[in-house]
Design a protein around this ligand. Sequence first.
Ligand code: FCB
Length: 474
Amino acid sequence: MTALDARPRTGTMLRFPEAFRWGTATAAYQIEGAAGEDGRSPSIWDTFSRTPGKVRNGDTGDTAADHYHRVDEDVALMRSLGVTDYRFSLAWPRVQPTGRGPAARKGLDFYRRLTDRLREAGIRPVATLYHWDLPQELEDAGGWPERETAYRFADYAALAADALGDRVATWTTLNEPWCSAFLGYGSGVHAPGRTGEADALRAAHHLNLAHGLGVRALRAALPAGAEVSLTLNLHAVRPHTDTPQDRDAVRRIDAVGNRIFLDPVFRGSLPDDLVRDTADVTDWSFVKDGDCAAAAEPIDSLGLNYYSPAAVAARTTADDDAAPSGSPSPWAGAERHVRFVPLTGPRTAMDWPVDAAGLYELLLRLRDELPHVPLLITENGAAYEDYADPSGEVKDPERVAYLRAHLEAVHRAIGAGADVRGYFLWSLLDNFEWAYGYSKRFGIVHVDFPTQRRTPKSSARWYADVIARGALTD
Ligand code: FCB
């Protein structure tokens, strides 16, 4: 008997709103494979994963979960779960291989096929334009630290909307620009693997600009009523102790982790404290008049990705003496003043703390700060050490417990007035987990990569049941 089975049953039923959107989420490079097919060009992730030492076991997305060839099967799986929505991403290097010029017909055909199958299954397509796979040619021209990349993105958005605008319900410009900027150009643990604090801040700004220009391009091409969105991985940051110093550490991380995107996108300006905090890194002269206003092009909803919270404290000289030398920080300008304090308690296979209260905290903050912006949880889920038992079953009670706790938090936040319209579970399938390769499994459907056999885990059956009832039950 698992701890989960042992929970006392109370007969409680937490009902979600009637129109609540129940989804699963994936991203192109993590599942599609077919990396060299039908005119797709390399992206920064192809280059990065081929660079020795960057991805665990030397894994690449060459084959991934072979979704490119298994669309019918994967949509049928989703239909059997009863999801109402499916969040996926378009591979920029498949749709517009060099990052410039015309679209590749075969690339678009793939997404036409996928969206046709989804619509036949009664599942709403939710497409993200950029989930980290920048065409390598654009990186060779400077990547996100260069302003030109934002204009390239707007052209790509226009072309994607022209081709698929009649069939995609919700468009998301960017997935987690924080990761693109700060893991890609700051700490270098993600593609393209560059390390420079100023470049990371430049990248963040140009991602904001790309978002705003992208929204404008989408609106021009999409039918009225299309939903346009952005997905952020907002950080739930808590002070280690309730001292002014630790609260100031929270302020710094909030500035470079959250408000660096929230303020341009929803207020049309950069946070003053961020500009001050980073004065020794950059003078921000790459920000041109009108950029932040362009970033603030109105959107219809905000996507929130949430996995776990963090705690921070002010860094002291003693910490500096104890600090291990070496790896570059993603927190441009902040980590000289801030120390991350490990949280205790249960953790996932990623070593991420399990703490659903962080999701509740973020949703209440968004309720208060952006009361008129509908919210979608565009990612939430957990990696565990899943395996098929001798009977072929994959039992993942820890994932069920994680999902239940987080859905309870969402339910509680809705009760407290947060306008949450949907929840997308990360992820439908086990997949290529970026720098961790295939070593981390987030799927509710197990993938045996050598055979590509899909086996729904017990969490998939649990989620299907939640969706069917529109409620969490004990
Ligand atoms: C998010 C990414 C997603 C996935 C999860 C675990 O940061 O958007 O692609 O890798 O983490």
